[in-house]
Design a protein around this ligand. Structure first.
Ligand code: NAD
Length: 259
């Protein structure tokens, strides 16, 4: 058991990638916190884990609200004493060319992806520093390193996470805190399903072409990355015990992006 009794907060864990990470961490003995916008969905996700014999609690948290983030982390610390792992994963996608991208949408995207990572890190770091250990993981994307049309805010935010992660790695190194970024290729979750028809409309191609060409055209095998693939990487980063691995990012994308 790589995470025995480790307290792991995962934002956006009521769905998709975050949910798979929560199940993986619970299976490794972690005490997982499902932090999500909707308490009902978060509670259902926590109940699923508990039903399988895992340890989980649900916390209502809009990661763009400093108050809700601080309250959620305080709830966790009151219940379980500390925070050992943060996976800042909550995210959404909005696609549009720059000239049509509503400023409100731009701000919303940066708030969820960047403010969310900043606020959750800021809230958990004092607890990690106090105990001299911790692992912070940001959910980046291939779009932390590569651009695609229609995704100005997403690409900007995901690039920004690399910078924030590296700063926390340097600030936290002597205090035992590591920070790393996971960079998935396309994973079939509600976030991706929503953008298939939107991209088809915007690019004037069929939905099948969006999947085959835009999403998977540059992979080595035409395959989607899976939530389980990403959960495996998230376990690797969470369970890695020394500062040898900090300030890094790992792409898991079926070879779409190579470095
Ligand atoms: P998803 O839609 O399945 O899940 C996202 C979760 O985040 C949902 O449960 C939602 O309620 C929650 N959420 C949204 N806004 C929130 C907020 N303000 N506060 C708290 N929770 C909020 O999406 P997913 O595909 O699992 O995406 C998870 C992360 O992975 C995102 O950061 C996304 O950018 C990233 N990612 C996804 C893919 C992909 O192809 N699916 C690829 C690379 C990176």
């Amino acid at each position: 058991m790589k995470l025995k009794d480790k307290v792991c907060i995962i934002t956006g864990a009521a769905s998709g990638i975050g949910n798979a990470i929560a199940h993986k961490y619970a299976g490794e003995g972690g005490k997982v916190v499902i932090a999500d916008l909707n308490l009902e969905a978060a509670q259902k996700a926590a109940d699923d884990i508990t039903a399988k014999g895992g340890s989980a609690m649900a916390v209502a948290m809009d990661v763009t609200s400093e108050e809700q983030v601080n309250e959620g982390v305080a709830q966790v610390v009151a219940a379980w004493g500390t925070v050992d792992v943060l996976v800042s994963n909550a995210g959404i996608q909005i696609v549009n060319p720059v000239e049509n991208f509503a400023y409100a949408d731009w701000k919303k995207m940066l708030a969820i992806h960047l403010d969310g990572a900043f606020l959750t890190s800021k809230a958990v770091l004092p607890h990690m520093y106090a105990q001299g250990s911790g692992s912070v993981i940001f959910m980046g994307s291939v779009h932390s390193k590569e651009a695609s049309p229609l995704k100005s805010a997403y690409v900007t935010a995901k690039h920004g996470l690399l910078g924030l992660s590296r700063v926390i790695a340097k600030e936290g190194g002597k205090k035992g805190v590591r920070t790393n970024v996971i960079c998935p290729g396309f994973v079939r979750t509600p976030l991706v399903d929503k953008q298939i028809p939107e991209q088809a409309k915007e690019l004037g191609i069929s939905e099948e072409e969006v999947v085959k060409t835009v999403m998977l055209g540059q992979t080595v095998d035409g395959e989607f990355t899976t939530v389980e693939d990403i959960a495996e990487v998230a376990l690797f980063f969470a369970g890695f015990e020394t500062n040898a691995l900090t300030g890094q990012s790992l792409v898991a994308s079926h070879g779409w992006f190579m470095e």
